[in-house]
Design a protein around this ligand. Structure first.
Ligand code: EPZ
Length: 421
């Protein structure tokens, strides 16, 4: 297993290109199952999760060809030879569950493994299943698999999500595009990745209104065509790297950065004393003056503060002036980065879904361990300004969501290298 070695203390100056969004791409790829015509995605991120989704789609009989060093994904599911999404792939990545809706809509049948547990929380899929049943599917849970059937096809329905779920909204949205009649999804998720999926589906001939709001209306059609679609910028990668100059000092421009993707996050950066300005090529970030100010954070569905930036924000607040309180309201176990940051000298008290961070002058390098995707990158961020050397182990977590992190940060002056064990 690889590790990342960081020698802290350098200011960061330069330019970081932001890739296409992992979480948009992982929803866009299953959309190929909805049509027998080719779907091509451009601006795709080069990540291990994308490779996992590629393997899954290929196991179902779809053709997926990676072009231009992985930035283009040419897909076609003309013949779906297999309607079973196997446990061995689904257990590696929960987003695999997003093939359920498209397979049901296109083929009237699907067998998908339940995803199993996850480090940051139980993450059940009951809302996905309830939405499929609302659209007329019959489901049977057996031996760890969901056996789903929609004899005569799915039927449009009104479905009110009891709580906001990104994945369940995406599954239902894709399924509804080929359902007979009108579907109304209420209390739907509003994330930019959902807006991007809806825009792609519309280019494939789907009739969708309201994406980005809490109510999405879909008029079912008989079939969808192919299209070519650019994956939207990754707002979580963007927010993550914006914290690097905030933590280290210096000034960095983020190519492709869009302020509308990180609104709530930028409000917190401003309160912390970080300046964010729009440029012709994206966003520029630098610290307004010395030490950052403590700020309180509560995670919420978009347009609130993203749970996927909570760990990274904590890394900034570890050396802020004052006490910050972070409340994690989306997942039940998303503070696993705290004990690792404490090894670096941070002062953090975690009680249930609340972490209280008392800022210290400086963190110190240490050997730490990545536990999940966003926790791993928060340790890298903390290490950039820490005194001495930090070694982050188990960085396979990192490679799921960040392409070439050592290249992107190294190009701005960070002393960071990958060490293969
Ligand atoms: C998506 O996960 C993202 N993953 C997550 O990013 C992100 O943290 C999350 O949305 C919230 O924004 C992808 O898009 C691939 P949810 P998802 O359904 O869809 C509960 C990352 O780091 N819930 O919005 O699984 C669930 O337990 C990853 O890139 C149910 O109870 O998240 C959670 O508490 C991590 N039943 C809450 O809803 C369900 O059927 C929000 O989950 C579904 C969800």
């Amino acid at each position: 297993m690889d590790s990342i070695l960081v020698r802290g203390g350098a200011e960061l100056n330069g330019v970081i290109p932001i890739a296409g969004a992992k979480n948009a791409c992982l929803a866009l790829m299953p959309a190929t199952l909805l049509s027998d015509e080719p779907l091509t995605l451009t601006n795709a991120p080069r990540l291990s999760d994308i490779k996992t989704m590629t393997q899954l789609l290929q196991s179902l009989g779809a053709e997926v060809t990676s072009l231009q060093d992985g930035k283009v994904l040419a897909m076609s599911s003309h013949d779906l030879s297999n309607l079973t999404a196997d446990y061995d792939i689904v257990r590696k990545m929960r987003a695999s569950f997003l093939v359920l809706g498209p397979m049901l809509a296109r083929a009237g049948r699907a067998v998908v493994s339940l995803p199993g547990g996850c480090a940051i929380g139980a993450r059940p899929v009951d809302l996905h299943l309830k939405a499929m049943e609302a659209l007329g599917a019959t489901l049977e849970l057996r031996d760890g698999y969901v056996y789903a059937e929609a004899k005569g096809g799915l039927k449009g329905a009104v479905f009110d999500f009891p709580l906001v779920s990104v994945g369940a909204t995406e599954n239902a949205l894709m399924a509804a595009t080929l359902a007979k009649g009108t579907t109304e999804l209420r209390n739907a998720a509003r994330e930019p990745e959902i807006v991007d999926l809806a825009r792609c589906l519309r280019k494939m001939g789907a009739r969708i209104e309201g994406e980005g709001t809490s109510t999405i209306t879909i008029e079912g059609v008989d079939r969808l065509t192919g299209t070519t679609h650019p994956v939207v910028t990754d707002r979580i990668e963007l927010g993550t790297y914006m914290l690097a100059p905030a933590i280290c000092g210096g000034e960095v421009e983020f190519l492709g950065g869009r302020i509308d993707l990180v609104g709530a996050f930028c409000e917190k950066l401003d309160a912390a004393g970080i300046s964010v300005s729009e440029t012709e090529r994206g966003l520029k970030v630098k610290r307004k003056n010395g030490r950052v100010n403590a700020v309180d954070v509560i995670t919420a569905p978009f347009p609130g503060f993203p749970t996927d930036l909570q760990a990274q924000m904590m890394a900034l607040l570890c050396t802020a002036e004052g006490v910050s309180v972070l409340e994690e309201r989306i997942f039940e176990n998303r503070f696993m980065h705290a004990p690792e940051l404490i090894r670096m000298g941070a002062k953090i008290d975690v009680h249930g879904g609340q972490a209280t961070v008392t800022g210290v002058e400086k963190l110190r390098g240490a050997r730490v361990m990545a536990t999940d995707l966003r926790a791993s990158v928060s340790l890298i961020l903390a290490a950039l300004a820490a005194e001495g050397e930090t070694v982050v182990s188990r960085v396979y977590h990192l490679d799921r969501g960040y392409e070439r992190v050592e290249e992107k940060l190294g190009a701005c002056g960070a002393s960071i290298e990958r060490v293969s064990s």
